[in-house]
Design a protein around this ligand. Structure first.
Ligand SMILES: NC(=O)c1ccc[n+]([C@@H]2O[C@H](COP(=O)([O-])OP(=O)(O)OC[C@H]3O[C@@H](n4cnc5c(N)ncnc54)[C@H](OP(=O)(O)O)[C@@H]3O)[C@@H](O)[C@H]2O)c1
Length: 281
């Protein structure tokens, strides 16, 4: 396979790390955007083809700085994998005042995609892969909750909303890029044995440890990301795939075109100050 240039968020742990391991084994050039440089450096030791870029997705200015660093180092990006994500069970805000799960899981990746799009356009067949979740089936979009605490904070409600944003974003991006060769798809990786649920309080962590017993390995969980990033079999854009690399119908809310447009407009307004001229859909 032709060597590709691939940008991935959160490549130092879990599904992202398994994805990077598979990519570098095939000699692809990988830019890892990570918030913890020490963790990322330790992970990348002994591996060829990795460039680590500091990026805290809880800060839009950090996302902009990271994108500029990527742009300075490569003219073309073949694949952007928006992989990083988190679950929090306490209400917290990003640097710019967004609810943390919405800010990191959706808005930061929305901005990153806008900022790197010119480089993706330079690829013969660019791909944008958004790691969503089956949790999106339980998600609802409440615009007021993107910045405000609405009653008691419920971790999975905010997480499901952010993962629904991933599907709506994927679909709207595909629509806006329909006259280009770029494919934008999203996925559920499966229930994967990672630490994603172990960063909250002990009770949440305990629950996740039980769920994880029934989960698949990070290597298996990375398969759909790798498929959507690299496989010639992928002909779709705007689609949602499961952990078996099968296209699935997302939730009815995820298929709401007007909502996808509204979320796009909202997100574009909110990242406006962080865009680089000409780098947007
Ligand atoms: N595991 C599952 O069962 C499952 C199921 C469905 C969907 N997913 C999705 O799969 C993706 C990967 O999750 P995972 O299970 O591999 O989780 P993980 O092991 O916790 O890895 C998450 C990655 O995201 C990074 N990250 C979190 N917050 C960040 C921030 N503010 N800035 C930069 N990077 C940040 C983490 O960095 P640190 O190492 O510095 O924390 C880590 O590299 C997520 O989008 C998740 O929603 C997972």
């Amino acid at each position: 396979m032709k060597k590709k240039t691939i940008v991935i968020t959160g490549g130092n742990a879990g599904i992202g790390a398994a994805t990077v391991n598979a990519l570098v084994k095939e000699n692809h050039q990988v830019f890892m955007l990570c918030r913890n440089m020490q963790k990322a450096t330790t992970f990348s030791q002994g591996k060829k083809g990795i460039t680590i870029i500091s990026c805290d997705l809880a800060s839009l200015s950090s996302v902009q700085k990271a994108a500029k660093e990527v742009i300075a180092q490569t003219e073309q990006i073949d694949v952007l994998i928006n992989n990083a994500g988190l679950i929090m069970n306490a209400f917290q805000k990003t640097n710019e005042g967004f609810e943390m799960q919405f800010g990191v899981n959706h808005l930061a990746h929305f901005l990153l995609t806008q900022l790197l799009l010119e480089q993706v356009r330079k690829s013969e067949a660019g791909r944008i892969v958004n790691v969503s979740s089956a949790a999106h089936y339980r998600g609802k979009i409440i615009f007021d909750s993107f910045k405000n605490k609405m009653g008691a904070y419920r971790a999975m409600k905010a997480y499901s909303q952010s993962k629904l944003c991933n599907v709506l974003f994927t679909r709207q991006l595909a629509k806006l890029l329909q006259d280009t060769p770029i494919k934008s798809n999203c996925l559920h990786p499966g229930v994967v044995r990672t630490s994603i649920g172990n960063k909250s309080n002990w009770l949440f962590s305990l629950g996740w440890n039980v769920i994880k017993l029934f989960g698949i390995s990070p290597n298996k969980g990375a398969q759909t990301s790798l498929f959507l990033a690299l496989s010639e079999e992928v002909k779709t854009s705007g689609s949602y795939y499961d952990e078996h690399q099968k296209e699935r119908k997302p939730s009815s809310i995820a298929l709401d075109d007007k909502l996808a447009e509204d979320l796009w407009k909202y997100s574009m307004d909110e990242v406006q100050d962080f865009l680089i001229p000409s780098a947007q859909v």
